[in-house]
Design a protein around this ligand. Structure first.
Ligand code: OAD
Length: 249
């Protein structure tokens, strides 16, 4: 097909096929088709609809009412435990196997990228499946569903919190630097299923675009990143990402 009749998706697939350095930044939308509700713009969360993530995912809320915050995370853990990776997760794992220098930077805490087989992952916001003790500081994998008590306690007697980065807290420095630096030298940066409003993660593709990366946004709707993106592919991640990666051989 000649370039003047190629669709944007085909144009992007051609760039992706040629790229040796690729970064994918993912947000909650990449897990939507697995059945994990997004934080914003979703419905059907019942009891939790009246809470904004900013009001629960913060250290003050936890200090005030740890059981309430834990009930939200226990609900998310139970929900995600029943979810499987979708074709977008699978396609990103396949892309990693084909691209010489690939990094998956994710804001998601659900662990579904690893379940799909991705290995080069920078988790910016922590994991639903780890706890951190406020007493002894121990960080541990914890996949118990349901948890035996809310809030759960450490063997030392201290209160456990989710090992998740909350609003007002710093992101893990090494992961963040890795995300910024790798995206800045990437030829293609895919930004998939994120509202691009939570910083500093949202700054990664903007910085990469200024550094010369071709930024491709995949989302159901435009976001504040869209004017800075080289291409915007509208549609569900589980449809678009496999189409894009399927063009890479
Ligand atoms: P959001 O819930 O803010 O945004 C989800 C984005 O995905 C929106 O732009 C949707 O339009 C898009 N979307 C929904 N379904 C989609 C689909 N099937 N295919 C493609 N796109 C789809 O989620 P994040 O941007 O990840 O932080 O939110 C950023 C951070 O804010 C999260 O990591 C979380 C939250 O509070 C913490 O938990 C610390």
């Amino acid at each position: 097909m000649s370039s003047d009749t190629a669709t944007p998706l085909e144009d992007v697939a051609v760039r992706l096929r040629a790229a040796r350095r690729v970064v994918a930044l993912t947000g909650a939308g990449v897990s939507a088709e697995s059945g994990v509700p997004t934080f914003r713009g979703s419905s059907g969360e019942g009891l939790w609809e009246k809470f904004r993530p900013e009001d629960l995912a913060n250290p003050d809320a936890f200090a005030r009412d740890p059981a309430l915050v834990w009930r939200w995370y226990a609900w998310r853990r139970e929900l995600v435990a029943g979810c499987r990776p979708n074709p977008a997760h699978d396609a990103l794992a396949a892309l990693e196997r084909r691209v010489p220098e690939f990094l998956l930077v994710t804001q998601n805490v659900d662990g579904l990228h690893a379940s799909a087989g991705s290995q080069r992952i920078a988790e910016l916001h922590g994991s639903l499946w780890r706890t951190r003790c406020l007493g002894c500081g121990a960080i541990a994998e914890d996949r118990r569903v349901p948890l035996p008590e809310l809030p759960p306690r450490c063997g030392c007697g201290g209160l456990l919190r989710p090992d998740i980065v909350w609003f007002g807290e710093s992101l893990p420095e090494a992961e963040l630097v890795r995300g910024f630096e790798t995206a800045a030298v990437a030829e293609v940066v895919l930004v998939i299923g994120t509202s691009s409003i939570v910083y500093p993660a949202a700054a990664i593709p903007q910085h990469a675009a200024r550094s010369g990366a071709f930024v491709v946004e995949i989302n159901l709707e435009p976001t504040p990143l869209t004017p800075h993106a080289g291409a915007f592919l509208s549609g569900p991640a589980a449809v678009i990402v496999p189409q894009l990666v399927g063009g890479v051989s």
